[in-house]
Design a binder for this molecule. Structure first.
Ligand code: ADP
Length: 382
């Protein structure tokens, strides 16, 4: 039976398997790198490009591939070979890149204008103040604001040979932003594939060195850039930014659901512009109502990391090129951002206990670093 099945037929069948949590198939997404008949006959090896370390995603994917090929197509034996993206990059350049990053944390929001970039910038600096080495990847392709918030001016990432470049460093934080690569004349019509390409490029070509944290300022919404990141780098968690307004909370709920679908742990909700403190009388005014963030956190089984007050100084600090955490460490907003950082730090897994298909990640990594694609598992034997 299996002898009659062609590689093309296998690829066609895989074209009906969606990436877990998505309505797009794994062939279109470029997750399938190759399909090869097994040297021993009787089946096929499927080479999967995989960046996530999450057991459940890999298991789900493996199960779906296996089920489709064995049950629908009648393939007798399927071997899944998982190729980790970071190792691939390391092989090409001789450098370890995201391998050198301990934690990758995304800052997400359901819509623009809620202060996502402000939170990302201040969180990065707050973690740095806690003694962490930190990188900030401004993947907000539609409105990159990191260069302005960090007062970068004309400086651009330095070339480092080949396609690689060094991030710009400001206040001890390493920065990469789409804003560095756009000119005034660049039309910012980043359609799906271009967004994916741009984010991929960021991840591939930046020499971050060793980082405790890479903070990723995601574009608002639930689109392609998030999917790309989920595919190419394992997110250790995400922070959702919202304002307490009902409409914003609805969008934030969508963002939370998307992150759950991506199997990305939601560390918590940052409720921004929560309240206003009258500079004259000191009275606290909940402009947009109270308890919205808490409601969202409860519904999405997460928690509120902090409530950030609305303050002119927060905006002014950002506009002036030095975020408030640095410009005014004693400010109530800065104290709230420090609290977010402490909670994010506390939420990170302390040890690498993850397993891929029963094999500890450490083992996978060391084998991959020897430069070979790893044969992961024999999924079916009939
Ligand atoms: P987003 O990334 O969600 O689009 P930004 O971080 O760019 O949002 O913030 C939008 C605007 O609101 C900016 O001008 C920013 O300075 C301002 N802003 C954000 N948070 C606060 C705050 N807590 N108090 C005052 N202004 C704020």
């Amino acid at each position: 039976m299996a002898r009659e099945i062609t590689v093309e037929a296998v690829l066609n069948a895989l074209g009906r398997v969606n990436y877990p949590g998505y309505a797009t198939d794994i062939v279109s997404l470029g997750v399938i790198e190759a399909v090869e008949p097994l040297a021993t006959g009787g089946g096929f090896a499927v080479v999967v490009r995989q960046a996530t370390e999450r057991d459940e995603v890999i298991h789900e994917l493996a199960g779906a591939i296996n089920g489709t090929l064995t049950r629908e197509l009648g393939v007798r034996r399927v071997e899944l070979r998982v190729r980790r993206l970071e190792a691939e990059l390391g092989e090409k350049t001789g450098r370890v890149r995201l391998e050198g990053t301990r934690y990758v944390v995304a800052v997400a929001s359901g819509k623009g204008g809620v202060g996502k970039s402000t939170v990302a910038a201040n969180l990065a600096l707050a973690l740095h103040r806690l003694g962490m080495t930190v990188g900030l990847l401004d993947a907000d392709i539609y409105g990159p604001s990191v260069p302005m918030m960090f007062g970068v001016g004309e400086e651009r990432p330095r070339a480092a040979g080949g396609q690689n470049f060094y991030p710009v460093e400001r206040y001890g934080v390493k920065l990469i932003s789409m804003g560095f690569f756009l000119t005034d004349k660049t039309p910012v019509i980043w359609r799906g594939p271009m967004v994916m390409g741009a984010v991929r490029q960021f991840l591939k070509d930046t020499l971050w060195g060793t980082l405790d944290f890479l903070i990723v300022d995601l574009p608002p919404g639930t689109g392609d850039a998030q999917l790309t990141l989920a595919q190419q780098v394992a997110l250790d968690g995400a922070v959702i930014v919202t304002t307490p307004r009902d409409v914003a909370l609805l969008d934030a709920t969508r963002a939370a659901r998307m992150l759950h679908q991506l199997h990305c742990p939601v560390i918590g909700v940052v409720e921004n512009m929560s309240y206003f403190v009258c500079p004259d009388c000191g009275e606290r005014d909940e402009l947009f109502g109270a308890g919205g963030g808490a409601k969202l956190a409860l519904a999405e089984r997460t928690r509120v990391l902090a409530q950030i007050p609305i303050h002119l100084e927060v905006r002014e600090a950002g506009d002036a090129g030095m975020p408030i955490v640095l410009a005014r460490p004693d400010h109530p907003a800065s104290r709230a951002f420090m609290e977010v950082a402490r909670r994010v730090l506390a939420a990170m897994p302390k040890e690498e206990t993850s397993h891929v298909l029963g094999v500890p990640i450490g083992t996978v990594r060391s084998r991959l670093s020897r430069g070979r694609t790893l044969l992961r598992s024999v999924l079916a034997r009939l």
